[in-house]
Design a protein around this ligand. Structure first.
Ligand code: ZN
Ligand code: ZN
Length: 438
């Protein structure tokens, strides 16, 4: 919205005067129509109501209750509705600027076509839209008879962090979708192998990796990873470690039941680092076991607490797309999210999980290195006299583990904070569009 600051505005509907702020719309087509957003919504609401009752008289179908109409208005003006909305595959691809439509035409349509011919019914699952916008979505400007642009009316919070995280999520979704549609032309197995190796290298030093993968040098794995036959010739136990590590991180980041059940495999894999005189192997094993302990602690103590926090926020926000008051139907929907209430306000999708899991070891190492530097500094300035009995490589590995823990916790705190901002935004939106009668 382009508005002149400190301008005195006069509402065309309620005839009130006040200084210009975010509650105002000024029509920028030259006519300078001034109107409260609230008043505009009220107007749109009554137009819709009229339209619906007319339809009822004529054909007695398309019944929309007042409550549904409120919800649909909220949906229409929710500037950040992708935070919760199910976005279909088709809409996602087509929505990518510039390349979206060509991609869809030349890659997706042939793909969908061939799947459908093979009898895989995927098209119907690709189109979803919920809830619908109201029958009338826009009103003519009474002065210049042009439409008032909808983007001027969207209600979004002023928080930069919320805007950035909305756009960040959008970019991630687009990026991963593009990767996903190009998967048929790349070799997924090779890519996954290289990803696993790269992630392992972020956390473990060379001497630990060679022990974990039963190989004399990990350079050999790079060579094997270059071809399919090479990957097949890697010993199975190493394949489990390399292919399994990205899956393991994906499971931790995404909290999927299946992966949660397989979590105990990590300490089992750690058994490969046999108890020996080699101290760095012992340290690595301890690191894996301690991290396993922390992960279990997290899922038994912190996760339920987080859930309570998110549950409270959902109850506080009363999102228009979920339920109105404490009605039983709403609670049933709420129950279907059991254990994942955070997803109601800002849904974490597979795209987000994938990016989080992929970058996790890298970010963990960066943070770990920073702490390591800090530790060295403290030692050099003799604030810390403790001299750990470990090689520099083992020490940096310990800090990598700690770094990954810190990154994960920071990410969760950040999500909690963004969700809080979103709750405020939803309340603001609903205050403006739902309580039209005061
Ligand atoms: Zn007004
Ligand atoms: Zn106008």
């Amino acid at each position: 919205m382009i508005g002149l600051p400190f301008k005195r505005c006069h509402c065309w509907v309620c005839l009130d005067d006040s200084d210009f702020d975010s509650t105002w719309i000024i029509h920028q087509c030259g006519c300078q129509l001034q109107i409260h957003k609230k008043c505009y919504f009220k107007w749109l609401y009554s137009l819709n109501k009229e339209h619906i009752s007319q339809q009822l008289r004529n054909r007695s179908n398309g019944l929309i209750s007042e409550e549904t109409l409120y919800k649909r208005l909220c949906y229409l003006f929710d500037g950040h509705r992708d935070f919760y909305r199910n976005i279909s595959f088709v809409e996602n691809i087509v929505g990518i600027p510039i390349i979206g439509i060509p991609c869809f035409t030349f890659i997706c349509i042939p793909m969908i076509f061939s799947f459908e011919t093979l009898g895989v019914n995927c098209f119907s699952k690709m189109i979803t839209e919920y809830p619908l916008p109201p029958p009338i979505t826009s009103v003519y400007c009474p002065q210049c008879k042009k439409y008032i642009k909808k983007s001027d009316l969207d209600i979004t919070s002023d928080s930069i962090i919320l805007k950035l995280s909305y756009w960040g999520k959008k970019l991630i979704r687009w990026g991963i979708s593009l990767v996903a549609i190009s998967l048929p032309i790349v070799n997924l197995g090779k890519l996954w192998f290289q990803l696993g190796l790269w992630q392992l290298r972020q956390v473990f030093p060379e001497e630990i990796l060679t022990a974990l993968c039963d190989i004399s040098t990990t350079k050999a794995l790079d060579v094997y990873g270059g071809t399919v036959n090479g990957i097949l010739s890697v010993p199975s136990s190493s394949k489990i470690v390399i292919f399994g590590f990205p899956l393991y991180l994906l499971g931790l980041a995404g909290d999927y039941d299946l992966f949660n059940r397989l979590r105990w495999l990590a300490p089992v894999v750690a058994l490969k680092l046999k108890v020996s005189n080699d101290q760095s192997l012992n340290i690595a094993r301890t690191c894996i076991n301690i991290s396993y302990g922390f992960i279990s602690l997290h899922s038994y103590i912190i996760k339920p607490l987080q859930n309570k926090y998110y549950y409270k926020m959902v109850k506080d926000a009363k999102p228009y797309y979920l339920h109105d008051n404490e009605d039983s139907e709403g609670d049933t929907i709420l129950d279907s999210y059991r254990g994942k209430y955070g997803n109601i306000l800002i849904s974490t999708r597979i795209f987000d999980v994938f990016i989080e899991a992929t970058l996790w070891p890298l970010l963990g190492r960066i943070v770990g290195e920073k702490i390591f530097c800090g530790f060295i500094w403290l030692q050099n300035n003799s604030y810390v006299t403790y001299q750990p009995d470990a090689s520099p490589n083992s020490l940096s590995m310990i800090f990598n583990f700690a770094g990954m823990g810190i990154v994960s916790l920071a990410n969760q705190v950040f999500k909690g904070y963004v969700t809080r901002l979103r709750v405020q935004e939803l309340k603001e939106l609903q205050r403006n569009t739902m309580q039209l009668d005061d």
